[in-house]
Design a binder for this molecule. Structure first.
Ligand SMILES: [Zn+2]
Length: 216
C-alpha cells in the first residue's frame, strides 16, 4: 500500500504526515502526487501491518517544481527538496543522511514519462503555457490577474507558467510593470504566495526571482 506523505519540521524535529488515500502501486501514488505539487513530500510505502517502511522522495527541486535540475538533497531544517545548485551553501542532508534522521529508508523516485502523468498535470501544463505566453502583455490588466489567480487556485501546478512569464521579463519590463507585478503579488492565492515567500530564501532560483519581481 502506498500513501502520499508530508514531511514537516516542528521545532527542528521531523514530523511525517500521511494522506488517508491509499494506492495499490508506487506509480499510481506518484502520478497522484505529481498532480498536486507543493502539497506532499513524496510517497510512503506501508507494509502489511500498516507501518511506514520506506519513503520515495520526489526528485523535483523546490516546492513548485520550477527548477529543472533533479533534487538530490533536502534542507536540514525545513526538509525542502533541493538540487545541488539550489542547496549550495545551505545546511542540507543527503538522501542517506535524511534516512538516518528519520529512521526510515528513503530513496529517490524514478522520473515518470510524460504519457504516464495524471490528466490534471497535462491540463496544468497547457494552462502554464498560456499564462507564460500572455504574462508580459496582460499582467497590467486587473481582470486578467483575477483570472490568473483563480487558475492558480484551481491548478497549483500552473504556477510554472507564472514563474516562466515573470522570469522572461526584461529588467526594463520589470521596471515598467512593477506596480502591476506588486499588485499581482498581493492578489495571489495564499498557498502560492506562501511558496514564493519561502523561495525568497533562494533568490537565484526561478521561484526566488519571481517572488522578488512580484514584490514578495
Ligand atoms: Zn534546484
Amino acid at each position: 500500500m502506498f500513501r502520499l506523505i508530508q514531511l514537516h519540521a516542528h521545532l527542528g524535529v521531523p514530523r511525517i504526515g500521511v494522506d488517508p488515500d491509499g494506492y495499490a502501486s508506487e506509480r499510481a501514488a506518484l502520478a497522484r502526487y505529481r498532480a498536486t505539487p507543493a502539497t506532499f513530500f513524496g510517497v510512503g510505502r506501508f507494509d502489511e501491518e500498516g507501518t511506514l517502511a520506506e519513503i520515495i522522495m520526489d526528485a523535483v527541486c523546490g516546492p513548485l517544481g520550477d527548477c529543472p535540475r533533479p533534487a538530490t538533497v533536502v534542507h536540514a531544517q525545513t526538509f525542502q527538496r533541493l538540487c545541488e545548485a539550489c542547496g549550495f551553501g545551505l545546511d542540507v542532508l543527503s538522501v542517506p543522511e535524511l534516512a538516518v534522521r528519520l529512521g526510515i529508508a528513503v530513496r529517490l523516485a524514478p522520473v515518470l514519462a510524460r504519457s504516464g502523468r495524471h490528466a490534471a498535470a497535462e491540463f496544468a501544463f497547457t494552462a502554464s503555457n498560456r499564462i507564460a505566453r500572455e504574462f508580459a502583455s496582460r499582467v497590467d490588466d486587473r481582470q486578467w490577474r483575477a483570472e490568473l489567480c483563480a487558475e492558480l487556485a484551481r491548478n497549483p501546478s500552473s504556477v510554472n507558467g507564472l514563474l516562466i512569464g515573470v522570469g522572461a521579463l526584461s529588467h526594463r519590463d520589470v521596471l515598467d510593470l512593477y506596480p502591476a507585478l506588486c499588485a499581482l503579488g498581493s492578489e495571489l492565492p495564499a498557498c502560492v504566495h506562501g511558496d514564493l515567500l519561502r523561495a525568497t530564501a533562494r533568490p537565484l532560483s526561478p521561484a526566488g526571482v519571481a517572488a522578488l519581481r512580484l514584490g514578495i
